[in-house]
Write a protein that binds this ligand. Structure first.
Ligand code: PDD
Length: 280
């Protein structure tokens, strides 16, 4: 039985409910975070907490808990659920509003939910030795992908397109055929020993794994650049990979029918993956 924190109480997940007047349910008016737990430790905890509060601010959602309080509830959930590997999921919506109205009232009480999900990261380690297939999909999301909002329809469509094509992830491209990010990851290429990923702006999420990898690249004096790259550059890359809290660093060996380089996980990518795992 999984225990869930919901608005000040700890309850079995199956009994943790919100009203259908919740603005998250009605308008997807809320934000979330996914924090990995690996070898019994949180991965990049502070980065995720920090981004949660940035998302809340951007959405003008005010909660009566501070970062330290969210941190201790999150730690308590991990402890109660004895989670040694997996993720802790945090979701905060603007709260219940009845009658339904697009314009939000200022005195709503946000619904705060925190629970954990077991996830087998050891399996992902094996997958990383083989690399994954991805599928291209147009980036049909709204224009504020920098906010980690629960408004994920564009991502859901993309992910299910990937699933139909037996791909691990969808790689999103914009109207100019430039890669933005994955359906739930940051996308990278390596060309001539330089790592390239989309610059931070409204079009992509500021990935915590992305952030951590950049510091690893700097430390190891590996060249990198934040700049847009095209579908063509992805297909012609020496190496390609994705980063996220749930995949860490995952080599991409195929994009639809196209094979990247020699079809094997890139050596730099695998090196970055082990540097990342050592660092967490
Ligand atoms: N997604 N871009 C998008 C659209 C994402 O949803 C995610 C993460 C990332 C990578 O961010 P990070 O490195 O902080 O995990 C980039 C999580 C895993 C999810 O929604 O399940």
């Amino acid at each position: 039985m999984t225990t869930c924190y919901i608005n000040g109480k700890y309850k079995p997940l199956s009994q943790s409910t919100v009203s259908i007047t919740d603005r998250g349910y009605q308008f997807s008016d809320g934000v979330y975070e996914v924090i990995a737990v690996f070898k019994n430790e949180f991965v990049d905890f502070k980065l995720h907490l920090n981004r949660l509060f940035v998302s809340l601010k951007k959405m003008d959602i005010k909660i009566n808990l501070n970062e330290n309080q969210i941190e201790s509830i999150t730690k308590k959930i991990k402890k109660i659920n004895q989670l040694e590997m997996g993720i802790v999921y945090i979701q905060i919506t603007r709260g219940d509003q009845n009658p339904r109205e697009h314009k939000y009232s200022n005195n709503l009480k946000p619904n705060i939910v925190i629970y954990s999900i077991f996830k087998n990261f050891e399996y992902l380690n094996k997958l990383a030795q083989k690399g994954v297939k991805t599928s291209l999909y147009p980036d049909v999301r709204w224009q504020r992908s920098d906010i980690k909002s629960i408004s994920l329809l564009g991502n859901v469509l993309a992910a299910n397109h990937a699933k139909k094509n037996k791909s691990h992830e969808a790689v999103l491209f914009d109207k100019r055929n430039m890669i933005t990010e994955g359906n739930s990851s940051s996308i990278w290429i390596i060309k001539k020993n330089k790592c390239i990923t989309h610059p931070l702006n409204f079009r992509i999420l500021k990935g915590c794994t992305r952030h951590k990898l950049i510091s690893i690249l700097k430390k190891n004096k590996f060249k990198f650049e934040e700049k847009k790259f095209s579908i063509k550059s992805l297909l012609n890359a020496d190496e390609a990979f994705m980063t996220s809290a749930t995949n860490f660093i995952m080599p991409i060996i195929k994009v639809d029918k196209h094979t990247i380089s020699n079809g094997k996980p890139g050596l730099n990518t695998l090196k970055f993956r082990s540097l990342f795992i050592n660092a967490i």
